[in-house]
Design a protein around this ligand. Structure first.
Ligand SMILES: Cc1cc2nc3c(=O)[nH]c(=O)nc-3n(C[C@H](O)[C@H](O)[C@H](O)COP(=O)(O)OP(=O)(O)OC[C@H]3O[C@@H](n4cnc5c(N)ncnc54)[C@H](O)[C@@H]3O)c2cc1C
Length: 349
């Protein structure tokens, strides 16, 4: 908001206002303007970092370049403490067009076929997220040009919907809109002013369990119907989502930074179980079933490092792919005694 107020500029961020910048930017950073603008990590110009031996380093494209490469996609938690992030800012889109389109689950096969065509060939000004929950499919489209034109064309490639609604926002109001139903502690609605002062406390009674993987192959009709059989079985606490990738995310090569999930990754598939108490975890079995199904249907081999998944045994390969060897070399150089570690951090060997 401060960037907008001081010159109507921005850099792309996540779709959730409670996410912190350090983890988001150093691990990736996908939001509703990702296809036209790319990932948050692609806007890092430089950093200051304190390393395990206490050195305070300037990290950018000239100084400590290997660390600069690693800290864009490799996450910060393996290498040191980031104390400053310098970000490239660009003019914010003056107007943002959004559309919410809803179908019933019976239309899934045709809707998913159209969704796949969109993720493969859709205009890069349009970013979209599909959510499937309680027998309903909803797709939220966002166009960074503020025009309905591209959406109108794409909409024609989908089957007729049960409902469609459109909105046009300036950038700050768009941020508030995607923050959705978030409320401030005292019950006030979120707006562009009080958004900066969000209270992040939680009463601990609500849990969200999530698994994710990258879609690397289009599903054929037979597999889409297998997916539909699965969706017909999931309880209402479970939401299956797909976030469209491509566009500007792919303008950067998958070894230019440590963020590997670029060309050929059509979408990030996410399955979420919203549970009310810690003991109500039975629906988690559906998350695991979906994850296995994804291996066969979507040839999934990679997961998003910012959605840490404690069940993965091959997490290093899944998070970093071909960039893993280079990340280990950077780790050996800057933190040889593995001072900065967690259960899924980059190892020293
Ligand atoms: C509700 C929710 C919604 C989300 N939505 C999105 C989304 O839309 N798009 C998306 O891309 N991702 C999303 N994420 C994932 C998000 O990108 C990661 O959780 C990210 O790590 C959050 O960054 P953070 O700074 O809040 O990290 P934290 O949770 O505070 O930390 C994550 C890790 O980074 C380390 N770390 C944090 N700051 C520093 C620092 N300054 N120096 C060194 N290490 C540090 C921490 O020690 C920890 O290991 C979401 C997560 C949540 C919980």
């Amino acid at each position: 908001m401060a960037l907008w107020n001081s010159g109507k500029s921005f850099f792309p961020v996540s779709s959730c206002p409670t996410v912190g910048i350090s983890g988001l930017a150093t691990g990736g950073g996908y939001g509703f303007l990702a296809r036209p603008y790319g990932l948050t990590t692609d806007y890092i110009l430089g950093m200051r970092i304190v390393t395990a031996n206490g050195d305070r380093l300037v990290v950018n494209n000239v100084t400590n370049r290997d660390l600069f490469w690693a800290l864009r996609g490799g996450g910060a938690s393996s290498f040191g403490i980031v104390t400053l992030l310098a970000m490239q800012v660009v003019p914010a889109p003056p107007l943002v067009f959004t559309a919410t389109v809803v179908w019933s689950l019976e239309q899934f096969i045709e809707v998913f076929k159209a969704w796949q065509r969109f993720t493969l060939n859709g205009p890069r000004t349009l970013t979209a997220k599909m959510n499937i929950n309680s027998g309903t499919i909803g797709i939220y489209f966002v166009d960074s040009t503020g025009l309905a034109l591209n959406f109108d064309k794409v909409e024609k490639s989908f089957p007729p919907a049960n409902s469609t609604s459109h909105s046009l926002f300036n950038y700050p109001d768009f941020l508030v809109d995607i923050a959705g139903t978030l409320k401030i502690e005292n019950g006030e609605s979120l707006d562009s002013e009080n958004m900066l002062h969000l209270n992040r406390t939680s009463d601990g009674s609500k849990y969200q369990v999530e698994r994710s993987f990258y879609v690397q192959k289009l599903a054929c009709e037979r597999d889409i119907s297998v997916l539909l059989d699965f969706l017909n079985e999931v309880p209402s606490s479970v939401t299956v989502s797909f976030q469209a990738y491509g566009g500007a995310i792919n303008d950067v090569k998958n070894d230019d930074t440590a963020f590997v999930h670029r060309n050929g990754r059509l979408a990030l598939a996410i399955i979420t179980n919203d549970v009310l108490t810690n003991s109500d975890l039975s629906a988690n079995a559906f998350l695991d079933e979906y994850f296995e199904l994804g291996k066969r249907i979507f040839n999934q081999k990679e997961s998003y490092q910012n959605y840490a998944d404690g069940q993965l045994s091959d997490y290093l390969q899944r998070y970093y792919g071909k960039n893993l060897g280079r990340l280990i070399q950077v780790k050996q150089k800057y933190d040889p005694y593995n001072y900065f570690h967690n259960p899924q951090s980059v190892p020293t060997s």
